[in-house]
Design a protein around this ligand. Structure first.
Ligand code: ZN
Length: 287
């Protein structure tokens, strides 16, 4: 996997957030990235690991030993943890992040280190491409063995978890992690045909236009599955995120809207009344 130096530059919202967090030394111990573009998540995690370990200029083109190691993905304290990466020799498991790996991490952390240790939990497909965690490749057993460590790790330790969808992750991790949506940089034309009419210009709508907005969503819902409508709303927001990557305030608003739609999807799967889901959602995204 080629490490991309520009991983964070493409995400001004995340770049600002993490640069400040590293500078002020108040980065969360557990960070969860979600979204369809797992390789960007991985590159962002490596870039944050680089910022945390840099002993040079602290610029993105720094060539100190730590920065170079991380660019080549061979830094001793920055480890990828997957069902195939960094397995102890006594570990024959091939399908999961194992309890032996959990033990290995706990043992590593007993020894103090001069480095800022970073563990990136993810998966790898048969072509060795980085992919996301789910409840099959990262199960309760291994996660539970590390829960205390995730909660109170030694100083200078950060865990990253990469996944497509927060609902793919075991709850014990989600509840302990700070979650960030990472929009996809892969330009795929996703369908927005069912939502284009009411989503066009939604950012400019005012509070007194919410009811009208709700009516339009409801009329789209008459002939369509709510999940489809919500997915297309997220496609629409993703499109705006890609075309407005230089406006960090707008990015923050769009990411919060994306999350609001994600919540609507979850509520819909719990069979909560569609009418009230749509109302809550609309009042959240129309400011
Ligand atoms: Zn450096």
């Amino acid at each position: 996997m080629q490490y991309s130096d520009n991983a964070l530059n493409s995400y001004p919202f995340l770049e600002n957030y993490f640069k400040t967090a590293v500078l002020k030394d108040n980065l969360a111990h557990c960070i969860l990235f979600y979204g369809s573009d797992i390789s960007s998540q991985y590159n962002i995690a490596l870039e944050i690991a680089r910022m945390l370990n840099c002993r040079g200029t602290h610029n993105s083109d720094c060539t100190c030993l730590n920065c170079n190691w991380i660019r080549e993905n061979k830094h001793p304290a920055v480890m990828t943890i997957s069902r195939v990466d960094n397995k102890p020799s006594n570990d024959n498991s091939k399908t999961v992040i194992s309890i032996e790996q959990a033990r290995m991490i706990k043992n590593d952390l007993l020894v103090t280190s001069d480095y800022h240790r970073v563990y990136i939990f993810c998966d790898r497909d048969k072509n060795e491409e980085i992919c996301g965690l789910n409840q099959l490749n990262f199960q309760d057993e291994a996660a539970n063995a590390l829960l205390k460590t995730f909660e109170e790790p030694p100083a200078n330790t950060t865990f990253f978890f990469l996944t497509k969808d927060v609902t793919d992750m075991i709850n014990t991790i989600v509840s302990r992690a700070q979650s960030f949506y990472v929009p996809s940089l892969k330009v795929t034309q996703r369908d927005i045909s069912l939502v284009k009419e009411f989503m066009d210009g939604y950012l400019e709508l005012e509070k007194n236009e919410v009811l009208d907005f709700i009516d339009k969503i409801n009329s789209a819902l008459k002939d369509e599955d709510a999940e489809n409508i919500f997915n297309q709303m997220q496609n629409y927001i993703n499109g705006l995120l890609r075309t407005n990557s230089d406006n960090s305030a707008l990015q923050a608003k769009l990411i919060s809207d994306f999350k609001a739609v994600e919540t609507a999807k979850k509520e819909n799967r719990l069979n909560i009344n569609t009418q009230s889901i749509v109302e809550t959602l609309s009042f959240k995204i129309i400011l």
